[in-house]
Design a protein around this ligand. Structure first.
Ligand SMILES: [Zn+2]
Length: 491
């Protein structure tokens, strides 16, 4: 295989570094086409609701694409929906419905959950069942290179004929018996040998009639076929959870490079596992959460997004109830700060040291992300700025002229983290949770505050008190300021 890294052109965007699983190193990100980032993302298998471990990876991918866009790249991201696999076929058959009908509900749920978490929609979301012909054509192409064999109506990839096998996961393939194989994707283990590209039909189960015989695609071929169809034979970035590295991504490389003779992916980015209260998430341990479970418990979308985004993607994330509480208070601190900045009147002029601090924070925020998306470092820069500015306001040292630079830094922050704008209630309503526990939106609070100010002006103190009470019941505290204005914050 030709080495792609040596072909890199130095360019203006080269200060971004990503840890590339393929090389095991942090490398400058240089896309194949300057200014463009073509990304493939393994999407969900839509036989159930996605859980927060899945969403950890999807939030990381969202941070990645938002950051690349911030840096001026044109992002083209393709995500697949695995709407055919053994579980889907079996569950649909058990329910007595077609697989499209069976998966529809989970596809809709995934798209709704993604919106609730503020995930930008990838440029293309593609379904496996719409690409059977592309998979068949790719299998034919691999077969022409004599890397496949047939057995019991299934087509297998012969790993012994692809010497680079294992280069991503660094798995030791020595001592492996040629020709040994496993039959079912979901049972593939580290000692699995050849893998199925195409599986013979099972009695009573769904299959497609194709040029390579009746059957259904293996899981791995789906991603190779769709990635190359929409992004070309060499992609810039391929992302996924670390659990997909072997065998799924290793098999994607084998299939794609066997067919094309070209490097399949230049940068492989893998998100680490998510633990819940220090343990592996599992239904039997009772620590298994979908987003909906957390919404039902009263947690806000912004809280969950903040928590998932705050730990750099290559670190294990320990998801805890304490962590959720802290994330909620971090988001509130930011929102209250922005509200204070907008509502309070400051003396004219500019405080030079605050201005310098704002510039530095914006720079440090970006530097953190340039360093393999170090979100923890990026966040620290912003929270330091907020703390210093709050202190300056308390001491009367903050000036009107400082507002713009600070808002600019926070805007930059929110282009990635997307939690400052308070639209939690709206998002929850959109996924069907209408709950009174959810606080008013900023706009709703502002409207009530303005109404109360108007009542005070006309000396209708009864009405003003009623509104204050109404806000208090929804967790909003008002503070009248010396200049006759009012400032509000969340309890
Ligand atoms: Zn995949």
């Amino acid at each position: 295989m030709p080495q792609t890294q040596g072909l890199a052109h130095p360019n203006a965007m080269a200060e971004i570094h990503f840890h590339n699983t393929l090389t095991g190193r942090k490398e400058p990100f240089v896309p194949l086409t300057p200014g463009e980032a073509r990304i493939y993302t393994c999407g969900p298998t839509v036989y159930d609701f996605a859980h927060i471990g899945n969403f950890r990876t999807f939030v990381f991918q969202d941070v990645l694409r938002r950051f690349l866009r911030m840096k001026g790249f044109r992002v083209v991201q393709v995500m697949n929906l695995t709407d055919v696999d053994d579980r889907i076929i079996a569950n649909a058959a058990a329910a007595g419905i077609g697989i499209r009908e069976y998966t529809e509900k989970y596809i809709q749920a995934f798209l709704d959950d993604s919106r609730a978490l503020g995930l930008e929609r990838p440029e293309q979301i593609v379904r496996a069942t719409d690409h059977i012909e592309d998979m068949v054509a790719l299998i034919e192409r691999i077969s022409q290179k004599t890397l496949t064999y047939q057995s019991d109506g299934s087509t297998y990839f012969r790993i012994s004929k692809f010497p680079a096998y294992g280069k991503l996961s660094k798995i030791d393939m020595s001592g492996i018996q040629a020709g040994a194989r496993v039959d079912v994707d979901r049972y593939e283990k580290a000692d699995a040998r050849d893998f199925a590209l195409w599986k013979a039909p099972k009695p009573g189960e769904h299959f497609w009639e194709t040029r390579i015989g009746p059957g259904r695609p293996g899981w791995h071929i789906e991603c190779s076929a769709m990635a190359m169809k929409y992004l070309g034979e060499t992609l810039d970035i391929h992302t996924g959870g670390v659990d997909l590295m072997f065998p799924h991504h290793e098999n994607e490389i084998a299939q794609s490079e066997a067919a094309t003779g070209k490097p399949f992916v230049r940068y492989w980015l893998h998100a680490e596992h998510l633990l819940v209260e220090g343990a592996k998430m599992s239904k039997s341990l009772g620590n298994f959460y979908t987003l909906r479970d957390l919404f039902k418990q009263g947690h806000k979308p912004s809280t969950i997004r903040f928590l998932l985004a705050s730990v750099p993607y290559r670190r294990q994330l320990n998801f805890t109830m304490d962590g959720l509480t802290q994330a909620a208070s971090s988001v509130e601190r930011l929102r209250n700060f922005v509200a204070r900045l907008r509502a309070e009147k400051f003396p004219p002029g500019e405080n030079e040291s605050i201005a310098a601090g704002a510039r530095q924070a914006a720079e440090d925020f970006e530097k953190g992300l340039e360093d393999d998306l170090n979100t923890a470092q990026a966040l620290a820069a912003v929270f330091d700025l907020v703390r210093d500015a709050n202190t300056a306001m308390d001491r009367g040292e903050f000036r009107q002229g400082n507002g713009a630079a600070i808002l600019a830094a926070l805007e930059k922050f929110d282009a990635i983290f997307a939690v400052v704008n308070d639209d939690d209630a709206e998002k929850l309503r959109a996924v069907g949770y209408v709950t009174t526990q959810v606080s008013l939106s900023d706009a709703e609070v502002e409207a009530l505050v303005a109404e109360r100010q108007a009542a005070r002006k006309r000396r209708d103190f009864e009405a003003a008190d009623r509104i204050r009470q109404q806000l208090a019941e929804r967790g909003i505290i008002l503070e009248d300021t010396r200049d006759g204005g009012v400032r509000w914050k969340r309890k």
